[in-house]
Design a protein around this ligand. Structure first.
Ligand code: NDP
Ligand code: 8X3
Length: 250
């Protein structure tokens, strides 16, 4: 049975992916900062599979290394890495951007993804096997007004995904990105710093993707035969045609 490590498993796409993987009896290493949610996941999935939780902030290099090195022996051979932890912070024109928001997006979405990968990849290289899924975004394919630094962070994920695939090709490690459009999760609540009304408005007037839609696709991707690597997927709600074209019913 495969072992999967999911970052950002406490909410949204990561949590839904954990649910799909648990139903498929993948062994799970679930990561996030919110300890009580990790405890809930442990209780929920333990009847289905082996679950281990890791509580760390992906921005903290030492904490990432310590947490991943502490993984129990029977789970150390990670077959699947889902680099999912991330968020947008703010939606401001560049001239009004908050430097702390910029730091958060670059430190979490880009550097955090790298820190986790740095700890997991050597084992995959040694075993000549593994599958890495990087969660990018339509914001990594297009830039939209006020998206500036979030878009930059997801364009970086796109580049890292391509670079990882090239460098790890010789070891038989599969690397691919899933790039969603609008998915109704806690994403907008984080982006708008707890402003629920503004966050809910993002998903009103059309049918956004659900976290489960992306989890279903991730599960499909990681269950293909070994010779199949789904390298790069853009997944949009039907109402969305691009980063800026969204058909809302008013
Ligand atoms: P959520 O806000 O629901 O989930 C984000 C997850 O990331 C949480 O589990 C959170 O856990 C974790 N996380 C955030 N910051 C940190 C940190 N510093 N250290 C460790 N974990 C962290 O959003 P989504 O599920 O929507 O987002 C998941 C991924 O999907 C992100 O990379 C996002 O950019 C991407 N995405 C989302 C889209 C959307 O429309 N929702 C569209 C395209 C891409 P905790 O707070 O417990 O640490
Ligand atoms: C999340 C989707 O359009 O808010 O990456 O950037 S969007």
């Amino acid at each position: 049975m495969k072992t999967a490590l999911i970052t950002g498993a406490t909410s949204g796409i990561g949590r839904a992916t954990a649910t799909y993987f648990a139903k498929n009896h993948f062994r799970l290493i679930l990561c996030g900062r919110r300890e009580e949610r990790l405890a809930e996941l442990q209780d929920e999935f333990s009847p289905l599979t082996r679950v281990h939780t890791l509580n760390f902030d992906v921005r903290d290099k030492e904490a990432v290394a310590e947490a991943i090195q502490s993984i129990p022996e029977d789970l150390k051979n990670i077959d699947i890495l889902i680099n999912n932890a991330g968020n947008a912070h703010g939606l401001d024109p560049i001239e009004n951007g908050d430097v702390d928001d910029w730091d958060a997006m670059l430190d979490i979405n880009v550097k955090g993804l790298l820190y986790v990968s740095k700890e997991v990849i050597p084992g995959m290289v040694e075993r000549r096997s593994g599958h890495i899924i990087n969660i990018g975004s339509i914001a990594g394919k297009e830039v939209y007004p006020n998206g500036n630094v979030y878009c930059a962070s997801k364009h970086a994920v796109d580049a890292i995904n391509q670079g990882m695939r090239m460098d790890l090709n010789q070891y038989g490690i599969r690397v691919g990105a899933i790039n969603p459009g609008l998915v109704a999760t806690e994403f907008s609540e984080v982006r708008f710093k707890g402003d629920r009304e503004r966050a809910e408005n993002v998903y009103k007037g059309y049918a956004p993707l659900k976290a489960e839609d992306i989890a279903d696709i991730i599960t499909f991707v990681v269950t293909r035969p070994y010779h199949v690597n789904i390298a790069d997927l853009l997944v949009l709600p039907t109402a969305q045609a691009s980063a800026t074209i969204l058909h809302k019913k008013v």
